[in-house]
Design a protein around this ligand. Sequence first.
Ligand code: DAH
Length: 336
Amino acid sequence: MLDRIDELRSEINNASINSLEEAEEFRIRYLGQRSGIITNLFKKIGEVAPEDRPTVGKELNALKGTVESLHEAALARLEEETDGDAPEVDLTLPGRRPQTGSVHPLTQTLNDITRLFERFGFSVAEGPEIEDDWHNFTALNFPPEHPARDMQDTFFVESPDGPRNGVVLRTHTSPVQIRVMENTAPPVRIIAPGRVYRNEAISYKSFCLFHQVEGLYIDEGVTLGDLKQILRTFAEAFFGEVVQMRFRPSYFPFTEPSAEVDIWWEDEEHPEGGRWMEILGSGMVHPNVLESVGVDSERYTGYAFGMGVERIAMLRYGIDDIRTFYENDVRFLEQF
Ligand code: DAH
């Protein structure tokens, strides 16, 4: 029995344990409840000569202790190594960026237009989006039967007890001209950026609301030449030096003469290599408009213009559907 114990001791001391499974096998081989080698030797202690029993018992206990401490040491070492196998932090990976918002392309365009006109000496004016008939139409020289007052274009505001007489969502920013002139004596030089509303069929090119930037300059001796100069200066600053512009005679009730302004937009897909795109309406302020706000039309003249911001942003960014501005899809918005 003592020889067997010597044999086992050297076997145990030379055992190599390289995994958690091997550690468990090691424990079971010697100390397993049913057929562990040492367990079985303990069971056979009755067969040993009585005078040898204390020695054998002591030796067996010592051997059992060795197995237990080797097993524990192996577990500690292996667990530490396993921790080391856990995924390491790769410090060369780029960090995760926090998601930040972006400025809406319409806001950017509005800001850029506004900044340019401020540089040209215009100040910014504002007016309400809910307007009365006087400011939106009458003072702007719309005759009573003018088709623009038609249900087709204008959203009329109702109150709980029925339609409110002549209260509308403004159909353009031109009423701000009236509001400013009502409150300020000439000279007046303002732009008025803002939202406008039209009851139109919604499609890729028209939406029920959009933005305009209105311009107004009233002083003694303002001419059509001044209007052309400011618009050209603006277009060159906004679209780049080479922009080609044309003034097309047009009609607005509040200007005389009136012109629509187009710029030549290069477009390789187009058979002519580009096309004329309308960017704004403009003209010399009609004397009736000046008189409606008590400005002496013999002494003062002025020009006005109104541009569509969506149209300009669509040209600038190559956007082909106006509705995308209003869908709030961040995948679209964060591209600008
Ligand atoms: N208010 C016009 C519109 O909504 C645009 C416009 C045209 C404004 C000529 C003006 C102007 O100030 O002079 O279509």
